[in-house]
Design a protein around this ligand. Sequence first.
Ligand code: PLP
Length: 364
Amino acid sequence: MAYNGIISLISDTETRPTQAMRRAMAGAEVGDEQKGEDPTVNQLQERVADLLGKEAALWFPGGTMCNFVAIRVHTRPADAILADGMAHIVRAESAGAAFSSGVLIEPIASERGIFGPAQLDEALARIATAPPPYGPPPRLLCVEQTHNFGGGAVWRSNELAELSAHARARGLALHMDGARLMNAVVATGTSARSFAATVDSVWMDFTKGLGAPIGAVLAGSRSFITEARRQKHIFAGAMRQAGIAAAGCLHALDHHIERLAEDHEHARRLAAGLQEIPGVRVRTAVPETNMVFFDPSALGLSSATFLAGLAAHGVRMGEVRGEIRAVTHLDITRADIDTTLAAIRTVASTPGAPEHAPADHRPY
Ligand SMILES: *Cc1c(COP(=O)(O)O)cnc(C)c1O
């Protein structure tokens, strides 16, 4: 359902908690999370550890902090970490890993965020142009499931297993930014546990398609999570009666996972409709999950003009590096997709479309 008449496809972070989720949050049992005494947070951590097949899990206010803390636990200052060049860690966290962990971030070249052993080896070779002590020691490989700027692309479990074996043989630990891991699970039918089995640490976000207002949970071995708890404290991520928020995440686990399939169907419907509009180039004809990237430049409209035209019809999308990104989520219905396509057709057929609400560049 569109909020206040606005269809916001800017991000799946646009979801608002449902009334049922709000009721679950209002009734949550709470305690002091910082002391490990919030029963609802503890329950969520146990559920996620079990879901991901890891020994332990830890509650966080958000996913960016999960990345910072995980990188911090895996590395020492002046180590190197590797991630796809368009990874959220590389492009959308303000070099926070470099700041908070003192690491060199070596980007890996890939088409849509998915890469293989050969691309990893190329990046490792760039780090080690000369023998030690010249190049920094590579410690950690980060993968993103699904890959956001790669268009919601999904790592298959066999691709992950092959890459992971290759990386481990080169002494690397593996971390998964699983902001949209459950989208990958629903899209493929592969369990979260089997995706997570190939990595040492993994987190999932509850504030994207799962629709909770606050929360992410990081999982790994017991010793990893013990150290992560200390680092979370240092990053000021320890909270008090966080069970209010964690109850929303538990509600999402119970009610908002299977329905991600609807978001994927809506993304496919949007992409199919866009392909019928002359002058619109869709990056991936059949999106794998809940994101559609497209380029409207052949319409003769700048991105800003295109987005302003859409906004005048009550439809919001964002721009990511010259392309338009539309993300489906639980507040978007099939009818909203049809309304969106009608708005795009109108904008596409209006020469000199309206000037200029500034484009929204938020990339998450
Ligand atoms: C949103 C996102 C993050 C950051 O999560 P927050 O909960 O917004 O801090 C990290 N990685 C990816 C791929 C994301 O999409």
